[in-house]
Design a protein around this ligand. Structure first.
Ligand code: IPE
Ligand code: IPE
Ligand code: MG
Ligand code: MG
Ligand code: MG
Length: 324
């Protein structure tokens, strides 16, 4: 089975070949070239290639659909960064900061369409199912993103509501990345289901780890501004768990600071992180990441194939321990 870096190299060299630099108008396509050139882990398209190989021994059929998944993911980042008022991504200015919001909206729209074009550049008989899966997940991501936005100003958000929100905004895309690979590898229906279940659990671990890194990560490694979720008033796993664990006075203090619009950004971040630390929230969150990773491993064990699953296992542990 191809390793993570071999799969990533395949994706990277295909992305490099697309001449977005020379497409016109520049204002529409330069941001596309820019965001796709900034690196990124390429986890989703790698999952697509690995799933295809797991069932067919080859990756070729899944190559364009894998590019579709990565281009679509990057489109969601352009719009997400506007919504989250994020200044930095992959250690560079976000598209709406480097250009402006209108540019980020329209370049994102173009990437969404280009993603569909790549999805359909594969075996004709696979296209209806691929479009079906892709469209379903695209809509679920919109639903998750809307819940994420709603929760910023909704005072009472439960942990189950949070878990559903991250399933929609993040986990379903990892699940679909694998399912798309499995479709391209002509996997039986039951195995498509099993590999998607692996992706869903992996995706839950992935987003909770993202919440942890947003608060406790290293800015250079993570590539995004630390404390962004706190400043945006996001109902993250850390915040909701802290509210659950806090005693009455601390609970009031936390929600007062979180909702205080007048506090200096730096002060707000320091105070919230202080409360998270007092309550030992980081290690609780890490425990939940481990639980979802273990559930992912169980789902992977259920996948019936004669090929090795070792690289997917390695990738799951890599996600669990990631710092970027
Ligand atoms: C960022 O995804 C969006 C989330 C779902 C947290 P990644 O962490 O995979 O971003 P890149 O593509 O590697 O930059
Ligand atoms: C990511 O959630 C969800 C999507 C991009 C669809 P975040 O808002 O936490 O992602 P980052 O942290 O900005 O990458
Ligand atoms: Mg964001
Ligand atoms: Mg967001
Ligand atoms: Mg985040």
């Amino acid at each position: 089975m191809l390793s993570f870096s071999e799969c990533k190299d395949k994706i990277e060299s295909e992305i490099c070949k697309i001449p977005f630099q020379s497409f016109k108008p520049d204002e529409l396509y330069q941001p596309v070239a820019y965001i796709l050139s900034l690196g990124g882990k390429r986890i989703r398209p790698v999952l697509t290639l690995m799933a295809c190989e797991l069932f067919s021994g080859k990756t070729e059929v899944a190559l364009n659909p894998a590019l579709a998944v990565e281009i679509f993911h990057n489109f969601t980042l352009l719009h997400d960064d506007i919504m989250d008022k994020a200044p930095m991504r992959r250690n560079h200015p976000t598209v709406h900061h480097k250009w402006n919001e209108n540019i980020a909206i329209l370049s994102g729209d173009a990437m969404n369409i280009i993603a569909y074009q790549y999805l359909c550049r594969t075996k004709t008989d696979l296209i209806p199912e691929l479009i079906d899966v892709f469209s379903k997940v695209a809509l679920e991501i919109c639903e998750g993103q809307q819940f994420d936005m709603n929760y910023e100003s909704q005072p009472e958000v439960s942990l189950p509501q949070y878990l559903k929100m991250i399933e929609l905004k993040t986990a379903v895309l990892l699940a679909a990345s694998l399912r798309i690979g499995a479709i391209c590898g002509h996997a039986p229906e039951a195995e498509k289901q099993n590999i998607a279940a692996f992706g869903l659990n992996l995706g839950m671990a992935f987003q909770i780890q993202d919440d942890i890194l947003d608060a406790f990560g290293n800015e250079k490694e993570f590539g995004k501004s630390i404390g962004g979720d706190i400043l945006a008033g996001k109902k993250t796993f850390l915040y909701l768990k802290a509210l659950e664990m806090a005693k009455d006075h601390q609970k009031q203090e936390l929600s007062r600071i979180y909702n205080d619009k007048a506090l200096l950004p730096e002060t707000k971040i320091v105070k919230v992180l202080g409360i998270f630390q007092e309550l030992n929230i980081q290690s609780m969150a890490e425990g939940v990441v481990t639980q979802y990773t273990e559930m992912a491993m169980k789902s992977l064990q259920a996948v019936n194939t004669d090929k090795s699953k070792g690289e997917l296992e390695k990738l799951a542990y890599k996600i669990m321990n990631r710092k970027a």
